[in-house]
Design a protein around this ligand. Structure first.
Ligand code: ZN
Length: 290
């Protein structure tokens, strides 16, 4: 299934079928209306969605606004330096351990929403990434059991403010500016992806192919990452983990090709669809106390 968060008069969850979306709340009033609630309902929740797919009212996809699949993930983690060609272009050494960092969950935005070129920096870059979403609360999960806790997969743009990322020892601020976490376009459930480590990934800027790789090139794959992360802390339904970007980021080019206002970043992953975000100057109204 392809589970989406959408707005059509109100914001709720649906299941994408072709060019339509099944309105799950209208189909079954007992179903949760938000994605984390649905994931927390576990297999019973997904079965109820299956049942609702048949008779549920459908809305043309063109008439709804697709929102971030998880509006506010409990955790939004990412992995640095997880493709050999990106390690090389970064001038780094192949890491012995996964390089885990946080993106603040407030940076999450929708699959077609605008990305802000910040007032504080113009050193803006894209990172097309394969992401997975946790479906079950878990701790100390072995690599062999890891597939059981993954609800599904989606696309992430790990938008990065390079000067803020690299001028201090931790990447937290440079990776977490508002709007710098587009995710979506929807959650493709794990049962639809027979092998998550055989998926082509492509990033385009204004139609120009910048990144082309495959998840088989991941240094630390999804299952290894689940084992690694859950060694330290509990993973919860709705946690999003971006697995890292392949070579071809703007800062790695000679000369660098950074994002400017008006640029359109499109990321496609086999079987997961595509997200597409336009860079705009950070609007004035985002400041102040609200
Ligand atoms: Zn990244």
């Amino acid at each position: 299934m392809k589970l989406a968060t959408f707005t059509h008069e109100s914001t709720r969850i649906g299941a994408v079928v072709g060019d339509q979306i099944v309105d799950l709340a209208a189909a079954d009033a007992d179903l949760p209306t938000d994605m984390i609630g649905l994931l927390e309902a576990g297999p019973a929740g997904l079965e109820a969605v299956h049942a609702a797919l048949e008779e549920g009212p459908r809305i043309p996809l063109a008439d709804v606004r697709l929102e971030a699949t998880l509006l506010r993930p409990p955790k939004f983690l990412a992995v640095g330096l997880n493709y050999a060609d990106h390690v090389a272009e970064s001038g780094a050494e192949t890491p012995a351990h996964p390089t885990i960092f946080n993106k603040q969950s407030t940076c999450v935005t929708g699959p077609y929403d605008d990305i802000h070129l910040p007032r504080a920096s113009h050193v803006l870059d894209y990172e097309g990434e394969f992401g997975f979403v946790i479906g079950r609360r878990c701790r100390h999960v072995s690599r062999d059991d890891a597939a059981e806790v993954i609800a599904g997969y989606l696309i992430v743009d790990d938008v990065s403010v390079r000067d803020w990322q690299l001028r201090v020892p931790t990447w937290t601020m440079g990776k977490s500016f508002d709007t710098h976490g587009p995710i979506g376009p929807w959650l493709t459930t794990a049962d639809e992806i027979p092998d998550p480590h055989q998926l082509g990934l492509r990033t385009f800027v204004n139609g120009e192919l910048r990144q082309e790789s495959n998840t088989k090139e991941l240094i630390f794959d999804c299952f290894t990452l689940v084992e690694h992360l859950s060694t330290a802390f509990t993973l919860e339904p709705g946690d999003v983990i971006a697995t890292g970007t392949p070579g071809g980021v703007g800062i790695g080019m000679k000369p660098p090709k950074l994002l400017v206002a008006g640029d359109v970043v499109r990321i496609e992953i086999d079987g997961l669809g595509a997200i597409e975000n336009t860079v705009i100057p950070e609007p004035q109204f985002t400041g102040g106390i609200r």
